[in-house]
Ligand binder design. Structure first.
Ligand code: ATP
Ligand code: MG
Length: 142
């Protein structure tokens, strides 16, 4: 499977909800090409949609005509997907874990992403946008 080693695909998407479906289709197309099963593909579609929705609703709120970027890096054993916006960003220490004993609407996107992906890294600074990097491994679940 060396053919995919280091291959990189970059997308720049208008920050409009109607294009999230395009991203979902792209995730499915890339992931199935490199051999992910349907279950992992569905997990990745959900996780990437949540990251895109965050980029649109929180990140790019300030820039109506803007766009955000998605990067896919493929190797033999994993796919790394990064969703980056240049919006408002936030202080990571202000992001609370959901409290399931006091459920409220919202605040679940990052929790869902962390549950569905094997590895998640988030970088953000107030005023400097957000980058969320998600990894899914091709092999058996770790
Ligand atoms: N791209 C981003 N730019 C700036 N802030 C963000 C970004 N993504 C997330 N956040 C901050 O992190 C918080 C938690 O995000 P999360 O996706 O978990 O919940 P939510 O978007 O508020 O609600 P939900 O995803 O359940 O509809 C957000 O409320 C927002 O303050
Ligand atoms: Mg969200």
């Amino acid at each position: 499977m060396n053919v995919n080693q280091g291959d990189e695909i970059r997308l720049s998407i208008p920050n409009k909800p109607e294009y999230v479906g395009v991203v979902r289709l792209t995730v499915a197309a890339i992931a199935s090409r490199i051999g992910f099963d349907i279950e992992k593909i569905e997990d990745m579609k959900i996780a990437v949609s949540e990251a895109c929705n965050n980029a649109i609703t929180h990140g790019c709120r300030c820039c109506k005509e803007g766009e955000y970027n998605i990067n896919f890096v493929l190797t033999e054993e994993k796919i790394t997907i990064s969703v980056c916006d240049e919006g408002e960003g936030c202080l990571l220490e202000n992001i609370k874990e959901p409290n399931f004993s006091k459920p409220k609407e919202g605040g679940l996107g990052l929790f869902i992403i962390k549950s569905l992906m094997d590895d998640v890294e988030i970088k953000s600074e107030k005023g400097k946008g957000m980058m969320i990097r998600m990894i899914k491994y091709l092999g058996d679940d770790i």
